[in-house]
Design a protein around this ligand. Structure first.
Ligand code: BG6
Length: 537
């Protein structure tokens, strides 16, 4: 959804401006920039979970408010808890009101609630799926959803394959006839992360899904691609004449990708202690950012054109040999410290974390993309929990100009031009360059041109899932991962997992919460005379 579109829609809500629709229904707002998604019913597996409460339901409400849901729409929650339809609807009302970042329009919320149904049952039990089939049929009759179904697997990963198999057994998964959904009801499945825990398990899951579904029916989600700033990387690179000609090894010295969190593991010790920072963030979110920065221009915005270029970029990443793991990768774990004005405990003291855990909460990598555009340009990636600040950004560091001209001036050093794409928070883009400090002598200072999303476009109520849900409803897979992309992500980190597993446990903790990570992370850059851009140290 375009931000402007949503903003305008928001304004028109404020004025009470609605378009006409059936008399007994409050009309959905229309959107002047985008058509509503086609009719469909969404079945959410894991309907009582955190993701559904905090993100998916508020996102559906936001889509409705932006005029992007069809009048012919229904939601079916599926979970183990015993709830009636009306209890589920009440809960939806509470969740949307709690987790939407703005005031809700009660008529619109009521519109959404009246389209919500609930099926209680275990995911291992085939009768759950028989009940679901019935409710979906009713939705077709009552709401005109035309047999189009979107199944959202917001469950623990161990249920991904069994739910898809059970859907198939209940006759709910296959799109009838050869050639897919053209003119026939669409059956799509959104698969949440984590998609596997290593290359082998990701391949196995892909194979399981492929035994039931065609690749075009599978939407592997990476919520980083729901972020406007991440989507903008493509538009920024390829929609401007200025940057693409210099977006290569001739002009770029190095690229830093930082996804730093000041939060800890937020009660997710059970999952995190078996995953660690590498699995949790690198094959998915960081590889998405890397591929968007390094990909070649696609020939169109079609899903296949975009995804093929991203996949090629990932295939060009130089594999880590065991030796390179030792020299080009750093892991860390936080000890107790002070973050955002609070004393916080060490990772090992977090609930459900082993007291001698050797799980990493920080990773820094030096990577190379071995193709004509990027050979010899180091890519430094880092991510971690309990770092000094929450900041995700991509810093493109350009080569320094020669100093010759300035030799007889007071200028002793020319700073690099840096283009920073701020993914979050304070979303925007900054280009820094040198300028003459006014005065009789030649002196230089670093200045910046700054674009801030919020200042320019205003803010839009968003959970980050709106575009992804809308795209999936429309059958546009551009922002979703293809099977081979997920496997490439795992292939890249596989040698790290193997070497780290084979080595004796690390001397953890090796950084204090509230710092920028272990010393070794800084040394990764210092050995080539560089240093991390630590925003507003
Ligand atoms: C999730 C990880 O995928 O992404 C979390 O499992 C992490 O550990 C989160 O905190 C970060 O997402 P965001 O959108 O807050 O940057």
């Amino acid at each position: 959804m375009g931000k402007k579109a949503a903003q305008r829609t928001k304004r028109s809500t404020a004025k009470g401006g609605r378009t006409a629709a059936a008399k007994d229904e409050p009309a959905l707002l229309s959107n002047p920039f985008a058509a509503p998604a086609p009719p469909a019913a969404i079945a959410i597996f894991g309907a009582s979970g955190d993701l559904t409460q905090r993100k998916l339901l508020p996102a559906l409400y936001n889509l409705a408010a932006a005029g992007l849901l069809n009048e012919s729409f229904a939601v079916v929650g599926v979970a183990r808890a015993e709830l009636s339809d009306s209890e589920f609807r009440r809960k939806i009302g509470e969740d949307v009101r709690t987790y939407c970042t703005h005031e809700c329009d009660s008529r619109l919320l009521d519109w959404l609630q009246r389209r919500c149904y609930y099926v209680s049952g275990a995911f291992e039990d085939q009768t759950t799926f028989a009940k679901l089939a019935k409710v979906l049929e009713q939705a077709d009759t009552r709401h005109g959803t035309q047999g189009n179904r979107l199944y959202y697997l917001a469950t623990a990963p161990r249920y991904f394959a069994p739910v898809v198999r059970a859907l198939d057994e209940a006759g709910l998964a296959r799109e009838d006839g050869e050639g897919g959904s053209k003119g026939r009801p669409a059956r799509r499945v959104i698969v949440e992360k984590p998609f596997g825990t290593d290359l082998e398990s990701a391949r196995a899951l892909n194979a399981e899904l492929a035994s039931v579904l065609r690749e075009e029916q599978i939407y592997r989600i990476d919520h980083y691609l729901g972020k406007e700033t991440v989507q903008n990387i493509l538009v920024f690179r390829f929609g401007n004449g200025l940057f693409e000609p210099i977006w290569n090894r001739q002009y770029i010295d190095n690229v830093e990708i930082t996804v730093a969190e000041s939060l800890g593991i937020e009660g997710r010790g059970g999952y995190y202690d078996t995953a660690g920072a590498l699995r949790d963030m690198v094959p998915n979110h960081l590889m998405q950012l890397l591929s968007l920065v390094t990909m070649e221009p696609p020939t169109s915005f079609d899903a296949e054109a975009v995804r093929e270029e991203k996949a090629k970029a990932l295939r060009a990443v130089q594999p880590f040999t065991p030796e390179r793991v030792l020299t080009h990768a750093v892991r860390g774990q936080y000890g107790a410290g002070y973050v955002d004005g609070e004393d916080v405990p060490a990772y090992r003291s977090e609930p459900k974390v082993a007291p001698r855990s050797s799980t990493e909460t920080y990773v820094a990598l030096e990577m190379s993309v071995d193709n004509w555009r990027w050979a010899d340009v180091p890519f430094y990636l880092r991510t971690g929990k309990r770092l000094k600040r929450r900041v995700s950004e991509i810093a493109i560091q350009f080569r320094r100009p020669p100093l010759l001209l300035f030799r007889r001036t007071g200028v002793e050093h020319l700073a690099r031009n840096v283009l920073v794409i701020r993914v979050q928070p304070d979303e925007g883009i900054t280009l820094s360059f040198g300028a003459k400090i006014p005065g009789p002598n030649v002196r230089m200072g670093n200045v910046a041109m700054d674009f801030r999303y919020e200042e320019h476009f205003g803010s839009t109520p968003s959970t980050g899932y709106e575009t992804l849900l809308y795209d999936c409803l429309k059958g546009d897979a551009t922002l979703f991962q293809r099977a081979d992309m997920v496997e490439s992500g795992w292939s890249i980190v596989e040698p790290l997992l193997a070497v780290w597993k084979a080595l004796p446990p690390r001397d953890f903790p090796n950084y204090a919460a509230g710092t920028w990570g272990p010393r070794a992370g800084d040394e990764l850059l210092e050995r080539s005379g560089r240093r991390w851009r630590n925003p507003e140290d």
